[in-house]
Each structure stands twice: as structure tokens, then as C-alpha cells.
Ligand binder design. Structure first.
Ligand code: ADE
Length: 228
């Protein structure tokens, strides 16, 4: 899988690409990630990529031309899934992430300033938001999406089992986990986990996951049958 990220701040990805699981997934060639500065595609002699809004108003709007030129410079861009990161997009969910890892090529477009010229919508396939809040740009959302995707690629995590039990894997939150010490300031590990009875442990975990989901995220249970 190849992911190309269009960004005006490519340096923001340095740490992300050179750390831990992402770095290993790239080394193992499970994914290739390229960061492309679309300022390089500005036709303007000052390398400007934004302009004032038609109709007036504060702030600047990202121009459509440099972004489209950058997209069209990418090999195989026609078949790639082109995604704009914007607070106006559909909210990212684990099932969106699962469907994205089926794609061969993905282009993530990070905005800045006040937003994109609306005509960009004719050149993309989807708009994604990572939540109902406004960030300074699409870079952190792009990292969120890539992180969530990469960990689902077979071979990316050391322990394949660990993502199968993730929060949201069965449409529920994760069950509570404990490790040593058994007693921390009087807070003890539930006895069932020390019982050695795997059936009982599994039953307890399922019950705890359900209890937690009902208490914290009842919306997940309502949507459970809509998930794959
Ligand atoms: N750009 C700014 N805020 C964003 C958000 N919440 N999701 C995706 N892209 C964004």
C-alpha cells in the first residue's frame, strides 16, 4: 500500500515516520509513505498557495490549482483514493479505517488556514474529520488515520492477537486489564484473573466490556449491527 500525504508542513511528519511501529512497517515494506509539499506546485512566483475569499471575509482560502497539480503529479493518482482532511468531513471510525486498508493507493490532503476552495470536491473521493473540533491543519488527522491503518496491516504489530481484542473490535469498548503488582496501595486485581479458569476469565471480560460500553458509550451498542 502506498500513502502520499500532501502537506505544507512536511517536517511535522519526521518524528511520526521514524518511530516505532510505523518505522518498522515501512522497513518491512508493508506500506510506503511519501510526504509531498504542494507549495512546490504553486504557479505563483511567491509560491503562494492561498488567497483571499471571494465575497470577502477574514482569513485565507487554499487555492485549488496547486493541490490538483500535486495530486496529478502522483503516479497512479487516478485509481488512488483521494481523501481531504477537514472538520466538515465524515467522522473517522474503526470501520472506515478497516475499509481504507483494502485500498492500494491513498492520497491524504492536509489543509491549513481557513479551508479549501470548494471546487477541490470535484477532484477527491472523500472528506474525513477525526472529530468535532478544529485543528490548525490536517497533518495530525493524517497521522491519526495512518496510525490507525498501519497497525491493522498484517505483520505490523508484534502480537497479531492484540488488535483482535481492541476497543471497537466487536463494537464494544475494551475490558479492564491488569498487570503486576497484585496489590497497589490496597487496590487489588480481580480474583477471577488469578483463577486460571480461562472460561471464567473470558466470561468476566465479556461482561466487563459490555458494562463499560453501556455506561460510557451506549451509542456503540446501538450502532453495533451497522458495523461489519
Ligand atoms: N483539519 C482541521 N480540523 C480537522 C479535523 N477535526 N479533522 C480533520 N481535519 C481537520
Amino acid at each position: 500500500m502506498k500513502i502520499t500525504v500532501l502537506s505544507l508542513f512536511p517536517g511535522l511528519f519526521d518524528g511520526f515516520l521514524s518511530s516505532s511501529i510505523i518505522k518498522r512497517a515501512i522497513q518491512k515494506e508493508l506500506v510506503s509513505i511519501e510526504i509531498l509539499d504542494f507549495r512546490l506546485f504553486s504557479q505563483n512566483k511567491h509560491h503562494q498557495v492561498d488567497d483571499s475569499p471571494y465575497g470577502g471575509g477574514a482569513g485565507m482560502v487554499l487555492s485549488v490549482a496547486p493541490i490538483v497539480a500535486a495530486v496529478e503529479s502522483i503516479e497512479g493518482y487516478q485509481e488512488a483514493k483521494k481523501i481531504l482532511l477537514t472538520p466538515q468531513g465524515a467522522t473517522l471510525t474503526q470501520s472506515t479505517v478497516k475499509s481504507l486498508i483494502e485500498e492500494r493507493d491513498i492520497i491524504l490532503i492536509c489543509g491549513h488556514y481557513e479551508g479549501f476552495d470548494e471546487r477541490i470536491s470535484h477532484f477527491i473521493d472523500a472528506e474525513i474529520s477525526i472529530g468535532d473540533y478544529v485543528l490548525t491543519g490536517g497533518e495530525v488527522p493524517a497521522m491519526v488515520i495512518m496510525d490507525a491503518m498501519v497497525r491493522l496491516l498484517p505483520g505490523a504489530l508484534g502480537n497479531e492477537a492484540s488488535f483482535q481484542q481492541d476497543s471497537f473490535y466487536e463494537g464494544q469498548l475494551d475490558y479492564p486489564q491488569y498487570t503486576r503488582p497484585y496489590d497497589f496501595r490496597g487496590l487489588k486485581v480481580p480474583d477471577v484473573l488469578l483463577s486460571g479458569n480461562h472460561q471464567e476469565i473470558e466470561k468476566w471480560r465479556q461482561e466487563e466490556a459490555t458494562k463499560r460500553t453501556v455506561a460510557r458509550r451506549p451509542d456503540l451498542l446501538k450502532n453495533a449491527d451497522k458495523k461489519d
